[in-house]
Design a protein around this ligand. Structure first.
Ligand code: BES
Ligand code: MN
Ligand code: ZN
Length: 501
């Protein structure tokens, strides 16, 4: 898709479509008013007759509106003006993209970016409008033998900005939005691929491919023999049941000063989680191909940072393996030694995410990180606690936790803090090893984070449990690309703090 920004009057756009908002009930937005005045009250007249109430997501397509230079005007319902928030903004942009893509308008001048969204400036609106458009038009048909593409797809979207003065920031916002959108698309694509294609080796190859595309990018793949040398007994214990070799993928975007400590992102990369010997029940087990969504988000963020050549150092670490039952698989009761030396009694082989993450988190210390954030589809309990709206957030450094909460709000990709109190730590006590890998049925998301906290004492660390937000089930089954928007916002905010922007 081609995106751009322009400042100009809507009735003067020589383009196949102009999109403008209508609020509930029947209140024209500023741009719709301008179109109406040019047309001599044509639009207001239709609205008065009840053609468009302005309900959120409602559409009305008009052809040959008098005294306009465009072929069509698309009126788009925006709901109540005082409720027009980030979510409604996203939805209306999605509606415009989907509606026009199906109806033969190949280009649009969208005035939605001129609407007031509380506390959001033009750059935010443009970047998010780009992301919403790409989100709406995303489909995963790589593995369909017949592709269902639109006959005359939408190809060019021009976002209206209020003045010429705002063009430079608008153009930068288009670039940011496009890079974030590609990161989201990459995350979705990797996650939507089935487990027989997206194996640990496949993920390693994707990292090498990024390395070819971007200078300033470095990739190192650790093989099982390397993990043995490093003493990564926890990570290796999960891979024992699989015939696919595990990989520890290390990607580095080196955009910042050599002495600047990196932000390290660690993404859970279980390319299929059957539960292992503690086998999962069969219903919806296919969705456990999404158990590498944390890894996918790390790929998405690293590629967006590289695409934008951000002046910051970011490392992505992805421990990748399958979790399968087999004669050699780890059994409940087995005890393994992690890279840190801590011994772990594996009471449930389905609590495998924390086992691969703990060794990756120990390895992260080698980068002398400024901050470490891990992203993982870690616990079903997180869905019970928070549902599908926010990711779970826990951490050992409250400014970092607050930064992530705030980035999530800004990016409309929210997370919510759960308490990482010492009170919960004793649930991990083991009779036979230093710790057990499960903490009983209470507070499962917190005890999983408690487990990780034993391996993250050397640095500032936060954990995002994305079990509830990384993919949709049911008819709209598919990866969401979350939390790429949140992490990108966090990185932008950090760059601002460091004066690197
Ligand atoms: N990948 C799952 C968590 C999960 C389950 C995410 C369902 C999204 C939907 C993880 O590896 C797992 O199996 N966790 C167990 C932990 C338990 C054994 C302590 C769980 O949540 O049941
Ligand atoms: Mn599991
Ligand atoms: Zn898992």
């Amino acid at each position: 898709m081609e995106f751009s920004v322009k400042s100009g009057s809507p009735e003067k756009q020589r383009i196949s479509c102009v999109a403008a908002g209508v609020f509930e009930s029947r209140k024209l937005s500023h741009s719709a008013q301008i179109l109406d005045e040019a047309s001599g009250g044509y639009i207001a007249n239709l609205i008065r007759r009840g053609e468009c109430e302005g309900k959120l997501g409602q559409t009305l397509l008009l052809h040959n509106v008098p005294n306009t230079l465009c072929d069509r005007v698309l009126l788009i319902g925006c709901g109540r003006e005082k409720n027009f928030n980030a979510k409604a903004f996203h939805k209306t942009n999605e509606m415009v993209a989907r509606f026009l893509d199906e109806r033969g308008a190949t280009e649009v001048f969208s005035c939605l970016t001129e609407l007031t969204v509380k506390n959001k400036e033009t750059a935010w609106k443009v970047s998010h409008a780009v992301q919403a458009t790409e989100d709406a038009l995303y489909h995963f048909d790589q593995l369909k033998s017949k592709k269902e593409s639109s006959r005359r797809p939408l190809r060019r979207v021009v976002f209206s900005v209020p003045s010429r003065r705002e063009l430079p920031e608008g153009e930068q916002a288009v670039r940011n939005g496009m890079a974030i959108a590609s990161g989201i698309t990459l995350a979705k694509d990797l996650a939507n691929l089935p487990g027989n294609i997206c194996t640990p080796t496949y993920l390693a190859e994707q990292a090498k491919a990024l390395n070819k595309t971007y200078r300033e990018f470095k990739v190192k793949i650790l093989e099982e023999t390397d993990m043995e040398k490093l003493g990564m007994g926890a990570l290796l214990s999960v891979a024992r049941g699989s015939r696919q070799p595990a990989k520890l993928i290390a990607m580095e975007h080196k955009g910042g000063d050599k002495n600047q400590k990196p932000i390290v992102l660690v993404g859970k990369g279980v390319t299929f989680d059957s539960g292992g010997i503690s086998l999962k029940p069969g219903a919806a087990m296919d969705e456990m191909k999404f158990d590498m969504c944390g890894a996918a988000s790390v790929f998405g963020v690293l590629s967006a940072c590289a695409e934008l050549q951000l002046p910051i150092n970011v490392v992505g670490l992805v421990p990748a393996t399958e979790n399968l039952p087999d004669g050699l698989a780890t059994k409940p009761g087995d005890i393994v030694t992690s890279m840190s030396g801590t011994t772990i009694e594996i009471l449930n082989t389905d609590a495998e995410g924390r086992l691969i993450l703990c060794d990756a988190l120990s390895y992260a210390a080698k980068y002398d990180p400024d901050t470490v954030i891990d992203i993982a589809t870690l616990t079903g309990a997180c869905i019970v606690a928070l549902g599908n709206h926010p990711a779970g957030l826990l951490g050992n450094h409250s400014p970092l936790v607050n930064d992530l909460l705030s980035a999530g709000k800004t990016a409309n990709d929210r997370c919510w803090e759960l308490p990482l109190w010492d009170d919960y730590q004793e649930q991990l006590d083991s009779n036979f090893a230093d710790i057990a890998n499960i903490g009983g049925k209470e507070a499962g998301t917190i005890t999983a984070a408690c487990f990780l906290s034993r391996f993250t004492k050397k640095y500032r660390w936060a954990h995002l449990d994305i079990a509830g937000v990384a993919w949709n089930s049911g008819k709209a089954k598919g990866a969401t690309g979350r939390p790429v928007p949140l992490l990108m916002q966090y990185i932008f905010d950090r760059m601002e703090d460091m004066g690197a922007k």
